[in-house]
Design a protein around this ligand. Structure first.
Ligand SMILES: [Zn+2]
Length: 646
């Protein structure tokens, strides 16, 4: 597979991390006990004097962890019972050997670590928000530093107790979603130290690429799915050992349920596997269709063929819905599917598309999701809406006149705060969803309209050519945008992400006078008198029209201003948007009835669309206003459903 990757992507593999895990799932106690062997090579130019681990399941080890304090025990509308002790979870490390020497006494969770300052600054910013520290991070002190180019071998014994699922990972009845379940190394950034963060309410994950070989030992009646390719399935008595191998991925997830049904399909060279709920057989084709739409849009947009040989889609049960709508390498979960979803209402389909697309932005590029959540969620949301538009039709349902991008825009316009996307996940007190998902999508769609699809595809192709497996940062995307789409597009997008500056065009006023029906009054200084003057009328063009258009936003952007006449004909003007406002005055045969700014809706990022049109006659204005209000109300309703589900 590595040779294939080299040919496709033309980059050198950088994998210097290897995990071998043997894990036994106890479906009664809801635990997994594991032995983990890690080989880590220091690829940076500074020595590592200690190692940092994520023990994510400690987010559920009590009610006072960072995650629990931030979430109050609820996530995306799902919660759990904080009085039921059996619903909590943990990840406990029982043994650590470094190059075969026992070092368990040098392994400390952050909550009890003394002299935390000694271990770098990676967690300081978070603690400054008054969040506190917990054991979702741990430090292993080394008795000898790992020099640049040096290697360390670790053997870790651990036990993870899954929480009752409400946030991504855990158990529900006999269903298991094993996400973030094993001690995982943070990312060493050389002189900058370790990049690791607490498990926060909003934050997702960041890790180095690694090769995994994982054995999951579970009761034989369970169906097991995981990151990677299943290489062996060995039954011993009432239990089975499944061996999964994955190369160059930055996480490893598994799922197990004794009620899963299995379906298989193919897309080009990729084997597709669907683990679905009993009773959902009739939805199999529909779920695969959504998955293929995701595969296809990614190849179309990035020019990169899906680089892994296998992909698993998980249709989670309703009672474990908190595990739904989540991405992992080579495996994602949709929201619970149902044969009762009408074909024309494709929210569940869109979640499958969205989660698959993450396998490109989160999976192959692997930006830092803690620090730049918008880079993954925002670009993924844009590609999702593009896929819905391309493969599912312009409108979300035949009943609601709103496209996927309209919903993104409505989501963005609903937000009235001053947040902006370029923040770390824990720096959002509000607006995380709007800023990480909607705003980048809406701004990218604006670029799509402004510079054209082919230019935008070149941006994405270049982004993937340069940064596959390389953890790109915001400036990497901005640089490519500037090189490929030009300074104006890059400025708009960059400032859109870094600030709360706005785009807002408006029609200030529209007037039309029939000069044949009126005379002007003039003061004549020679006679000290006022006099009536017939205005100059050229041919039949007796209507003198005035449109005043304003730029109430923070950007100088070119825009079209459209005059609409009584007979339905139109006349377009071009404005560079440079001054605060501009007056267009012109004569016409037919009276003017109204004006629009940006009639093609290039700027779907326009903060206030209700001021983009104005009519002269009051009745028409009423129709315009009520129409817009009805549309907005439907949009808000749709968006509420949409945001609940995501
Ligand atoms: Zn997402």
């Amino acid at each position: 597979m590595k040779i294939l990757l080299l040919i496709i992507l033309g980059v050198t593999p950088l994998v210097s991390l290897d995990y071998r895990i043997s894990a036994k799932l106890d479906t009664e106690k809801k635990t997994v006990t594991g032995q983990e062997q890690i080989v880590w090579k220091n690829e940076r130019d500074a020595p590592a004097t200690f190692l940092v681990f994520h023990l994510y399941m400690n987010a559920f080890a009590g009610s006072e962890t960072v995650f629990m304090r931030e979430s109050g025990g609820r996530h995306r509308g799902f919660g759990f019972d904080r009085n039921d002790l059996s619903q909590f979870g943990y990840c406990q490390v029982m043994g650590v050997r470094v190059n075969d020497r026992d070092r368990i006494s040098a392994f400390h969770g952050l909550s009890t670590l003394k002299n935390r300052e000694k271990y770098g600054v990676f967690w300081k910013n978070e603690i400054s928000y008054g969040i506190g520290a917990d054991d979702t991070l741990a430090v292993l002190e080394l008795d000898e530093p790992v020099p640049p180019g040096g290697e360390v071998r670790l053997a870790i014994d651990f036990e993870t107790k899954f929480p009752r699922i409400f946030a991504r990972s855990g158990y529900s009845k006999s269903f298991f979603m094993g996400g973030q379940w094993f001690p995982k190394l943070a990312v060493f950034e050389g002189a900058n130290g370790w990049n690791g963060h607490f498990y926060h309410l909003h934050s997702e994950f960041f890790a180095d690429f690694a090769d995994f070989s994982v054995v999951i030992d579970a009761p034989s009646e369970f169906v097991v799915g995981a990151t990677g390719v299943c290489q062996a399935e060995v039954r011993q008595g009432r239990r089975t050992r499944w061996t999964f191998v994955a190369e160059r991925v930055h996480d490893f997830v598994f799922t197990a349920w004794d009620r899963f049904r299995v379906a298989e399909d193919r897309w080009k060279n990729v084997r597709l596997r669907l683990l679905y709920q009993p009773g959902n057989r009739s939805t199999v084709a529909r779920q695969f269709r959504a998955l293929k739409a995701g595969l296809d849009i990614c190849e179309y947009l990035t020019g990169v063929a899906y680089p892994y040989p296998h992909f698993t889609l998980v249709d989670v049960p309703f009672h474990g819905a908190g595990a739904g709508g989540m991405e992992y390498p080579m495996l994602v979960t949709g929201i619970p599917f149902s044969p009762f979803y009408p074909e024309s209402f494709f929210i569940a389909d869109s979640v499958i598309i969205h989660e698959f697309i993450h396998n490109y932005f989160y999976g192959i590029l692997a930006s830092n999701e803690f620090e730049h959540p918008w880079m993954d969620e925002g670009l993924t949301s844009f590609a999702t809406s593009l896929a819905l538009e391309k493969y599912y039709g312009r409108y979300i349902t035949p009943l609601v006149y709103a496209s996927a991008f309209d919903l993104d825009a409505i989501g963005m316009h609903q937000y009235r705060g001053r947040e902006f996307p370029m923040k770390a996940a824990w720096e959002f007190a509000e607006g995380y969803g709007t800023m990480s998902y909607n705003k980048p999508s809406v701004f990218l769609k604006t670029l799509d309209n402004l510079v054209g699809r082919e230019t935008l595809r070149r941006v994405f192709r270049t982004y993937f050519e340069r940064f596959c497996y390389r953890h790109p940062r915001p400036e990497d995307f901005f640089t490519i945008l500037r090189e490929t789409a030009g300074g104006q597009a890059a400025d708009l997008f960059e400032r859109g992400m870094e600030t709360d500056t706005r785009v807002d065009f408006a029609i200030h006023s529209v007037h039309s006078e029939n000069l044949a029906e009126r005379t002007s009054i003039n003061y004549d200084p020679r006679s000290f008198k006022f006099e009536k003057v017939e205005p100059p009328v050229r041919g039949k063009a007796v209507h003198r029209n005035t449109i005043v258009v304003g730029n109430r936003g923070d950007f100088s952007l070119p825009v079209t201003v459209r005059a609409v006449f009584k007979d339905g004909s139109t006349l377009d003007f071009h404005w560079d948007g440079g001054s605060g406002w501009k007056r267009f005055q012109f004569m016409s045969e037919v009276p003017l009835v109204g004006a629009l700014v940006d009639p093609g809706q290039v700027y779907i990022c326009d903060q206030d669309l209700t001021n983009n049109a104005k009519t002269i006659k009051k009745q028409t204005g009423w129709v315009f206003r009520k129409g817009a209000a009805a549309l907005a109300a439907m949009g808000v309703l749709m968006f509420s459903v949409y945001s609940l589900l995501f």
